[in-house]
Write a protein that binds this ligand. Structure first.
Ligand code: TGC
Ligand code: FAD
Length: 385
């Protein structure tokens, strides 16, 4: 946990290994990410040059066991996500998609051949994946997807479109969810397969240092062995989301901490009416609320992390964590921005970048409303979707 935002001293509840992993990723973010990320955000480019260092730190599929993965604890994975997102949500997205949305399902549901083919090289940062669930007309309701796979001779033919796909144009393999005889199945489609094209989505004002793409499948023929054999039905993609949402409920604390730290520094140095603005009660109220919300989010994340370690974590508990922590982070970013006044809208400070990124984080991996309705259904046994 970041020292300045660890008001409750939660760092003491971490193991030595967890502290070491958090500190190592923190140092990498300070030295390699923060000096360049504003420029990448402004230019709308993904910082590809950081990939070898991310791989060297073992951050790809770090919470998975075997096949070259680091096999760290869920809390360590959460802390690493938090530190990465203190740099930028786009960087955490990059590792979330690789580890939780592509490597996890290959490990969990893939054939031995698929695991051996993809996982060691993905862990080493030599190959990359993307996760295609969302479609232009089906976002919150993936059950309605219209992408299909049809059995054809020894393989399958895929038709459809996936939109808003992180890493889509960079990926060597797309995990595409499509209906085969009305049942959702996962297919590993390699880049360059005839009938498969990926196009980058331009003009985003959020997650600008991350690649987002549309994937188009037109009579795309894939071998039978490209299907993930271990899962059929919507449970497949939704179970992957649990892993990634877990990373987000931690990661969003990193973005919030970066905003709160920048606001505190500014408040104690910026003078108006002959006093630092941090000396005014209205500013102090903002700073105190930010730190309190961050502390509550940290407690929630740590408890959820320990539940995951014990194998007791439920999907609804993850929804509570994602909903609360991202909502809190976005509120904190907006409040922090206000403390910086006009300076707060420039990329000279990290806040507006985090604030804009968090608009995406609030929406992807299940919108704020979807998680709220998931919890509503959990406690009432009545679906309001
Ligand atoms: P529902 O009837 O509730 O469930 C269908 C089947 O799925 C099972 N299930 C889950 N399994 C594991 N984990 C979960 N979280 C699960 N939620 C549901 C369920 O038990 C059932 O299984 P079975 O075996 O009985 O059939 O499905 P529904 O159609 O009512 O939808 C429920 C809803 C709305 C919660 C779900 O559709 C949903 O979560 N929608 C949000 C979609 C979403 O989050 N999309 C994210 C796309 S990926 C992304 O955003 C990546 S961003 C990447 C980055 O970090 O850059
Ligand atoms: P919609 O589902 O159309 O929702 C619009 C609004 O309506 C939201 O406020 C929503 O909460 C609300 N709403 C919807 N249904 C209900 C309801 N029943 N009750 C009340 N309110 C409702 N997807 C992938 O598959 N892979 C990726 O890698 C990926 N990366 C992404 C990266 C970025 C930068 C972004 C922005 C998105 C990404 N997504 C990805 C897509 C993301 O998961 C979807 O945007 C998200 O699930 C919401 O879908 P939607 O945008 O179609 O919104």
């Amino acid at each position: 946990m970041a020292v300045r935002t660890d008001f409750l001293g939660l760092r003491e509840l971490l193991t030595d290994d967890e502290r070491l992993i958090a500190d190592t990723v923190r140092q990498f973010v300070d030295e390699a990410v923060l000096p360049v990320i504003g420029e990448h955000f402004e230019q709308g480019t993904f910082p590809r040059q950081l990939i070898p260092q991310l791989a060297k730190l073992g951050l790809f599929g770090m919470h998975l066991q075997g096949y070259g993965c680091a096999g760290v604890s869920p809390v360590a994975y959460g802390l690493a996500s938090q530190e990465l997102e203190r740099g930028d949500s786009g960087l955490r997205s990059f590792t979330s998609v690789q580890g939780s949305l592509v490597m996890f399902p290959i490990l969990e549901y893939g054939s031995e051949h698929q695991k051996a083919r993809w996982l060691p090289k993905m862990a080493a940062g030599e190959l990359f994946g993307c996760f295609g669930l969302t479609e232009p007309d089906f976002g919150s309701n993936p059950a309605g997807m219209i992408t299909t796979a049809r059995k054809d001779g020894a393989g399958y033919v895929i038709n459809g479109r996936k939109r808003w796909i992180t890493n889509g144009t960079l990926a060597d393999v797309a995990l595409v969810w499509a209906k085969l005889d009305s049942v959702v199945c996962g297919f590993l489609v390699e880049r360059g397969t005839p009938g498969f094209e990926a196009y980058e989505i331009e003009r985003k004002m959020s997650l600008r240092a991350s690649i987002t793409a549309e994937l188009v499948f037109e009579d795309c023929r894939v071998p039978a062995a490209s299907m993930l054999p271990g899962v059929h039905g919507l449970r497949g993609p939704l179970s992957c989301l649990n892993e990634a949402r877990f990373g987000i409920l931690w990661g969003s604390i990193g973005a919030a901490s970066a905003c709160s730290e920048a606001a505190l520094e500014y408040a104690t140095s910026r003078v108006q009416f002959d006093k630092p603005i941090g000396a005014y009660q209205l500013t102090q109220e903002k700073l105190v609320r930010m730190l309190t919300e961050i502390s509550k989010a940290q407690l929630l994340a740590l408890h959820i992390g320990r539940l995951k370690e014990q194998g007791k974590l439920t999907a609804a508990q993850i929804s509570m964590g994602k909903m609360n922590n991202v909502r809190a982070a976005l509120d904190i970013a907006r409040e922090a921005r206000s403390i910086l006044g006009a300076n707060g809208i420039t990329l000279d400070y990290p806040i507006i970048r985090h604030m804009l990124n968090l608009e995406t984080v609030y929406t992807y991996e299940g919108t704020n409303e979807i998680h709220l309705l998931t919890l509503g259904r959990e406690i009432t046994a009545l679906s309001a979707f």
